[in-house]
Design a protein around this ligand. Structure first.
Ligand SMILES: Cc1cc2nc3c(=O)[nH]c(=O)nc-3n(C[C@H](O)[C@H](O)[C@H](O)COP(=O)(O)O)c2cc1C
Length: 202
């Protein structure tokens, strides 16, 4: 069984989503003998933002030499995602949504003909059968009933895009209120780490 672990926070060792995603991986490794873990740090090794040249290359155009390394990295990102049975994603909220580095990765894995297809019956997700666990960290509160709930475009976006490509097994562990003070942060992180420990085995 293969697990792909993705981090996208730019805050390095101070990152909450990195701490929680690591705890999730630790829990699944501990409960799954022989789990094969691959790691991708999108802040340390970002993919380029999608450009017209990327889309043209995807449609068969000869790519410019300067793009070849990034195209190869994007192809590897897609292969790693397709090969994974479980995907763990550390996803902070920046300006009400995911970091651009994570969006750049999604732009490489949401590919017509690979992870979804259009047909006479509409859109079909092709990437089902995976389990995705997201470690989400947010500075404020965005849960149901919170005044800023309508500003939440992190969990809602990730659930939409992974649902679109056919993934139905999506769990989200949220640590929120991180920027409201040390006590809030401590409590939120402890709750998220407990939720990671309580995750069902792979
Ligand atoms: C550039 C930046 C933008 C942020 N934007 C928001 C925001 O829009 N809403 C919010 O509640 N918190 C925001 N925060 C706070 C983060 O969501 C919070 O610090 C969270 O822990 C980030 O996850 P990380 O620690 O894994 O990086 C922002 C933080 C940074 C660094």
């Amino acid at each position: 069984m293969k697990l792909l672990h993705i981090d996208s926070s730019v805050l390095g060792p101070n990152s909450v989503s990195r701490q929680v995603s690591a705890a999730i991986v630790q829990r699944l490794v501990a409960t799954t003998p022989g789990l094969d873990v691959a790691y991708r740090d999108l802040a340390a090794n970002p993919l380029a933002h999608l450009s017209g040249a990327h889309v043209a290359a995807r449609m068969g155009a000869e790519p410019e030499a300067a793009l070849s390394d990034d195209l190869a990295a994007g192809a590897t990102a897609l292969d790693d995602f397709l090969a994974a049975d479980i995907v763990i994603i550390g996803a902070p909220m920046y300006n009400f949504t995911i970091p651009t580095q994570l969006k750049a990765w999604i732009d490489r894995i949401a590919v017509a003909g690979k992870t979804f297809s259009y047909g006479p019956d509409g859109v079909k997700g092709l990437a089902g059968g995976k389990r995705i666990v997201i470690a989400l960290s947010r500075g404020g509160h965005y849960g149901a009933g919170a005044p800023a709930a309508a500003y939440e475009h992190t969990e809602t976006y990730l659930r939409s895009v992974f649902g679109f490509i056919g993934v139905t097994d999506i769990e989200v562990i949220v640590a929120e209120g991180i920027n409201l003070g040390p006590e809030h942060r401590e409590k939120a992180v402890a709750g998220a780490l407990q939720a990671a420990t309580d995750l069902r085995a792979a």
